[in-house]
Design a protein around this ligand. Structure first.
Ligand code: NDP
Length: 486
């Protein structure tokens, strides 16, 4: 690259400081194209920020296989011990806008794009193993409660607690959000979870259900509400500083990857619905199996081009990895790619950060920003089937059939989720609550009380009744913390 300043069309720019005017004190000439181009570009520097997960931080890294799981999956990324695959990560908060403070209490996005030699595998997870809702019909409403009120343009505690108290399936995730893990100190101090149930399939055509876990090797570390307020008073960018700064100093964070594996037929037998995103699979039933580790070791050269433009979608799976009947996963398979087509444009997968490192050949044509042209390798092969040796389907990449039976209907996702029900919404939050020591419980109560302070009594009472059903100590603890604030 030369150090000659040029227009976007490559012509040398005679001045980058003085506009062309009619006389020294006269107006600017419309023909000053170099100036117009500069101003027009400034007007177009912002693209739509993500509607959720707008504020993010990321880096490149390397995944290394340490244990053999080829009995479960033929995915090339896991083909042999020692195999390395490049990846790019992006971590994020959910509700805050692009300029929001990093150290806010919120769920964190935890996304990994593995550039495998059979296509990109995107693991688009969170730092929590569960989510607030189990049916995607509720997702846009839930997100509206996390964003700004249409009249006040402020976040609304009333909206949040109204929704949560009317949605008991949220109790598990609410308990995690207001526990210590709801405000990690840095992106390096948290786990990642695929959260959904996915599937693995092997060369024999056998399918297994799977959960993905990525455990931090840096250890868990969190901010209390008071500590987070202090941090935010001094910097809004604490995560970017920690992640970028650490990698810049040669401190490369690592996570260990595990899977939980469930034989396909077990899904009929587990007391809880294994495709319910508000539930975990207890480790005692499905122990963690170690797979490998990844290290983040390279910062992006350009945040916008490589982190903002990074487009993760759960639809990006590779042979050997598949979906499951999880309703939330099925909706995300549609909506993430759709969001990127809106945010970045039809051909967002051609952007260098998203482009697979393996050959890409398909018949999608034309459209805005298609700079790769026809990706078939032959101008006559622009439809399929053809006689010009164009790309052809790969029957071997077909996943085994999914064994599903049942009548098509709108099944009530709340069936069996009452206390004592087959898919009880209360016993997993209870198991979590009972793991907390007294200090952790005290912080949970005060974090919840701070967030509930000032909401209407009827909404608070409805939520407290839900906490009571998890554990009487839970409801009482939050009540006492609320009274202390009164
Ligand atoms: P286990 O005792 O086998 O596992 C409990 C897990 O909870 C730990 O492995 C750890 O997961 C996680 N954990 C530990 N401390 C905290 C904390 N302060 N806040 C949040 N999570 C914590 O029990 P079960 O597998 O039967 O699960 C019991 C409960 O633990 C669940 O209801 C769920 O709330 C929570 N949990 C379970 C996970 C799972 O996949 N089974 C994953 C995460 C949480 P990790 O090692 O991933 O940090």
């Amino acid at each position: 690259m030369s150090n000659t300043l040029t227009t976007t069309a490559g012509a040398p720019v005679p001045s980058n400081n003085n506009s062309t005017t009619a006389g020294e004190r006269g107006p600017i000439m419309l023909q000053d194209y170099q100036l117009i181009e500069k101003l027009a570009h400034q007007n177009r520097e912002r693209i739509p920020e993500r509607a959720v997960h707008a504020k993010g931080w990321g880096a490149y890294g390397t995944f290394t296989v340490t244990h053999d799981i080829t009995r479960y999956t033929c995915a090339s990324v896991f083909a042999e011990i020692g195999k390395k695959t490049e990846l790019i990560s992006r971590f994020s908060t959910v509700a805050g806008e692009l300029g929001a403070a990093d150290a806010e209490r919120d769920v964190r996005g935890f996304s990994l794009k593995f550039y495998t030699d059979e296509g990109n595998w995107d693991m688009v997870g969170n730092n929590t193993p569960v989510f607030f809702v189990r049916d995607p019909y509720k997702f846009p409403d839930f997100i509206h409660t996390q964003k700004r009120h249409p009249r006040t343009h402020l976040r609304s505690g009333t909206a949040m607690w109204d929704f949560w108290s009317l949605s008991p399936e949220s109790l598990h995730q609410v308990t995690i959000l207001f526990s210590d893990r709801g405000c990690p100190r840095t992106p390096m101090n948290m786990n990642g979870y695929g959260s959904h149930t996915f599937s693995l399939w092997n060369t024999r055509g056998e399918r297994y259900w799977v959960k993905f876990h990525f455990k931090t090797q840096q250890g868990h570390s969190f901010y209390t509400n008071a500590e987070a307020a202090d941090v935010i008073a001094n910097t809004r960018e604490s995560y970017q500083e920690a992640l970028y700064g650490g990698i810049d100093r040669g401190e490369f964070p690592k996570w260990t990857m595990f899977v939980q594996v469930m034989p396909e037929a077990d899904a009929e037998k587990t007391p809880y619905n294994p495709f319910d995103l508000t539930k975990v699979w207890p480790h005692a039933d499905y122990p963690l199996i170690e797979v490998g580790e990844f290290e983040l070791n390279r910062n992006a050269d350009n945040y916008f081009a490589e982190i903002e433009n990074a487009a993760y979608s759960p639809s990006n799976v590779v042979p050997g990895i598949g979906f499951s009947p999880d309703r939330m996963l099925q909706a995300r398979v549609f909506s993430y790619a759709d969001a990127h087509r809106h945010r970045l444009g039809t051909h967002y997968e051609q952007l260098p950060v998203n482009a697979p490192r393996c050959p890409v050949s398909h018949y999608h044509r034309d459209g805005q920003m298609n700079h790769a042209g026809l990706q078939t390798g032959n101008a006559d092969a622009y439809y399929e089937p053809n006689s010009f040796n164009g790309p052809a389907e790969v029957p071997a990449a077909q996943e085994p059939p999914l064994k599903i039976s049942g009548d098509m209907a709108r099944y009530d996702h709340r069936l069996g989720t009452e206390p004592g029900g087959a898919n009880d919404d209360f016993n997993q939050p209870r198991a979590l609550f009972q793991m907390f020591d007294n200090n952790q419980k005290a912080r949970l109560f005060s974090n919840l009380a701070a967030a509930m302070d000032g909401i209407p009594d009827n909404i608070a009472e409805r939520q407290l009744a839900l906490f009571d059903q998890v554990h009487t100590d839970y409801g009482q603890g939050v009540r006492a913390a609320l009274e202390q604030l009164a």
